[in-house]
Design a protein around this ligand. Structure first.
Ligand SMILES: CC1=C(CCC(=O)O)c2cc3nc(cc4[nH]c(cc5[nH]c(cc1n2)c(C)c5CCC(=O)O)c(CCC(=O)O)c4C)C(CCC(=O)O)=C3C
Ligand SMILES: [Fe+2]
Length: 371
């Protein structure tokens, strides 16, 4: 019997990577900021969030948990495949994961990146990393084909996980949604140039993707709790200089203005993050929580999708959908919200760092399937 994942002979979890111990922090940040000539002194400052948590990012253990959950899901469906893990910025590195897969006989790999949304940082940059690794491996005489599942922000399982989490957070807050108890969705801020570029040759920009998911989740929460849900989208984790515009408003400013408008408590839902990354445990659970406390605002942070059962089964569904498409079948392509399922192969030139400016860096996974 052919595998339901055929033509793929392996699945790769592709992530950002993070330090495991204090000595890893500066070398990790050197990898993240490679080519920008940032002095180690400055990197140690940037690393403060990591040092504050013992020099260890939560992201690697979260990826190990996701791998275990995916493996269990494959097993329960009787799907046999190789499952590997590789990162952009830290061990285990993408190139080593691909080399090991090739060594084990894999020739066509389906990738799941740990970012649900399309943008340069969440999609194209990973595709550039894949192309670079493929090129390096080709120089070793190894040819390996790599595809990437479509951005899954509007996959039903991701929406379900986030809806469940918001409902649970309102229970924790001890209130139902109301103008005094609004819902604040949060995601990673990006430079506005990247935001504009993310909407070129795609159905919607990074922010518009979030708004679409947020509207769907808020409607689901309203139905479950029997009350309309006032909500907005805020951003966290801005970096760069004050002269470079990034998407706004910042979550701390949103908390202050909600308080000024008479809010008593808020639920923060970090829909932009699939697990409790450093941005979540520092920028939200530490900083934003302190802001809320200073304001005297009730505060509950909704869980991230993590290994929520519907999220994990939904990811496997997406893999099977893509495999079927590559076999020439026409599987159902599930998506919630108004935007519809994202295309499989990214349009050439989508999600540049800046709209219309081709950096000339090759990117993989483009238009392998027509729009
Ligand atoms: C949209 C987006 C996601 C996708 C959402 C997601 O996948 O969650 C994401 C993921 C992540 N970003 C992460 C960490 C960092 N991001 C940085 C820098 C930046 N991110 C940006 C955007 C994003 N980033 C941008 C426009 C920059 C500045 C330019 C640059 O440098 O490219 C820097 C450098 C220092 C700084 O500028 O602050 C670090 C250390 C980690 C690991 C966290 C952990 O350890 O748990 C993860 C998963
Ligand atoms: Fe980042």
């Amino acid at each position: 019997m052919t595998s339901p994942l055929s033509p793929y002979d392996a699945v790769l979890l592709l992530s950002f990577g993070g330090p495991e111990q204090p000595d890893d922090v500066v070398p990790f940040l050197r990898n993240v900021t490679r080519g920008r000539g940032i002095p180690d002194e400055r990197l140690r400052e940037v690393g403060e969030h990591y040092y504050g948590f013992g020099g260890k990012s939560p992201i690697n253990d979260q990826n190990r948990a996701l791998l275990a959950a995916l493996e269990a899901e494959f097993e329960s469906r009787g799907i046999q495949t190789r499952l590997a893990w590789g990162n952009r910025n830290w061990d285990p590195y993408l190139i080593d994961a691909l080399r090991d897969l090739h060594e084990a006989g894999a020739r066509r790999v389906l990738t799941l990146a740990t970012s649900a949304f399309g943008s340069y940082s969440g999609c194209r940059q990973y595709r550039e990393n894949i192309a670079a690794a493929q090129q390096e491996l080709a120089a070793e005489g190894r040819t390996i084909e790599v595809d990437k599942i479509r951005p899954f922000f509007n996959a039903p399982g991701y929406a379900q996980a986030n809806t469940d989490a918001v409902v649970a957070a309102y229970e924790q807050l001890g209130s139902i949604p109301a103008p005094e108890n609004p819902l604040v969705f949060v995601t990673h801020s990006i430079p506005t140039t990247m935001e504009v570029a993310s909407g070129m040759r795609t159905a919607a920009s990074y922010s518009a993707q979030h708004l679409d998911l947020a509207a769907f989740v808020a409607a689901g929460v309203a139905e479950r709790l029997g009350a309309p849900v006032p909500w907005e989208l805020a951003y966290c984790s801005r970096s760069g200089t004050a002269f470079t515009p990034w998407t706004e408003p910042d979550v701390n400013r949103v908390l202050a203005s909600l308080h000024a408008d008479g809010a008593a408590g808020v639920v923060l839902a970090p829909i932009g993050f699939i697990s409790d990354h450093m941005e979540v445990i520092y920028d939200l659970d530490t900083e934003a929580k302190a802001t809320a406390e200073e304001l005297g605002l009730g505060f509950a942070r909704a869980a991230t999708a993590g290994t929520h059962p519907e999220f994990v089964t939904g990811l496997v569904d997406l893999m099977l959908e893509r495999a079927a498409t590559e076999r020439g079948q026409a599987p159902e392509r599930h998506a919630v919200g108004a935007l519809g399922p994202w295309r499989d192969g990214c349009a050439p030139g989508c999600c540049f760092l800046r709209a219309g400016v081709d950096s000339g860096v090759p990117a993989a996974c483009e238009a392998s399937v027509p729009a």
